[in-house]
Design a protein around this ligand. Structure first.
Ligand code: ZN
Length: 326
């Protein structure tokens, strides 16, 4: 959970409360326009997506400590909101700020579910008009130099175990799955799969190539790709239990979404066939094959593949946050 705090001086007669989703650089999606943006309200918050890719979920919006989330959601539904494209990203304008309670001086607080893609929100102060002309580019914090990434599935095959699935593996009782497992044999449409390759999910660089060994903690042949997100933070995708690794990969090699990582397999604990063949895929905040931190439970010296508490606590991310990956 990330929180963003802002002090703002807003005229009582202000009709608009404007904030910018900075860091929302779209260098790789320059063709995106307003028609590509969807904002949906859910019981858990507001979801903004571009071209179907999940951008951010805003779980709570407070104004001077008062929860205005529902009011804002209604404003979206009622159309009291405008979206337009800026040079550095997109701006969302709430019209009728008084109607939704943004009046006078105050503090705007937003809580997002994971804060992966937003570096800051910037309120515009002393607005006296709803005209978008008041939004000079000087008022917009420069977007980060990092690009928006589009994520794709690592394989078109069927998902056989989802992220954070609890008690789903008899060999890991009462534990949570740290990634997504994809079938070797079946496509997502239920047909027999003829493609057993694993593919890079988004632009990045090869961060680690790990060969199966007796000390591989069951991950087998494993490839880790580093991705630089639009807010310039790093995320890592991992591809485990591979039968073979694409021999053209080397450390530091730039890769694109769709590049071949290797062939799915069942490698682990030094064996090529420890598991039935499948792809174990993870998204996480560190470039290791195990947990990013010890949190609590039995992971003080690391956990691999399964954790005793929800994997979010150990630096893993739900891959589906990065797009419709399953
Ligand atoms: Zn798995």
């Amino acid at each position: 959970m990330k929180r963003y705090y802002f002090h703002s001086i807003i005229s009582i007669i202000a009709l608009a409360m404007v904030f910018t989703l900075s860091g929302f650089a779209l260098a790789e999606s320059e063709n995106a326009d307003l028609n590509d943006i969807t904002i949906t309200e859910t019981p858990n918050g507001i979801i903004v997506s571009v071209n179907g890719t999940l951008f951010e979920q805003i779980e709570k919006i407070s104004w001077n400590g008062a929860d205005v989330t529902k009011t804002v959601q209604k404003a979206i539904k009622d159309g009291d909101i405008m979206l337009f494209k800026e040079k550095d990203g997109f701006t969302i304008t709430f019209l009728e700020a008084q109607k939704i309670g943004f009046e006078g001086d105050g503090m705007l607080e937003m809580e997002t579910n994971y804060g992966d893609f937003i570096s800051s929100f910037i309120p515009f102060t002393s607005l006296t008009t709803t005209s978008v002309e008041t939004m000079s580019s000087s008022g917009v914090k420069a977007a980060s130099s990092c690009s928006w990434l589009t994520f794709n599935k690592p394989t078109g095959n069927k998902v056989i175990q989802k992220y954070a699935c609890y008690n789903c593996n008899p060999k890991a009782p009462n534990k949570y799955h740290t990634g997504v497992d994809y079938s070797y044999t079946t496509t997502s449409s239920g047909k027999t799969s003829s493609d057993h390759n694993a593919y890079v999910v988004a632009k990045g660089t090869v961060y680690k190539i790990e060969k199966k060994s007796s000390s591989d903690h069951g991950m087998g042949n494993n490839v880790i790709i580093e991705h630089t997100m639009s807010d310039c933070s790093k995320r890592y995708s991992t591809y485990s239990h591979l039968d073979s690794i694409n021999s053209s990969l080397y450390l530091g090699k730039p890769v694109s979404g769709g590049d071949k990582v290797g062939v799915m397999g069942g490698s682990g604990y030094g064996s090529s066939t420890y598991y039935p063949k499948h792809l174990h895929f993870e998204m996480k905040t560190c470039g290791t094959s195990g947990t990013c931190n010890s949190y609590k439970g039995t992971c003080s010296s690391g956990c691999w593949g399964y954790t005793p508490y929800h994997p979010d606590n150990y630096g893993y991310k739900d891959p589906n946050r990065y797009g419709s990956l399953y």
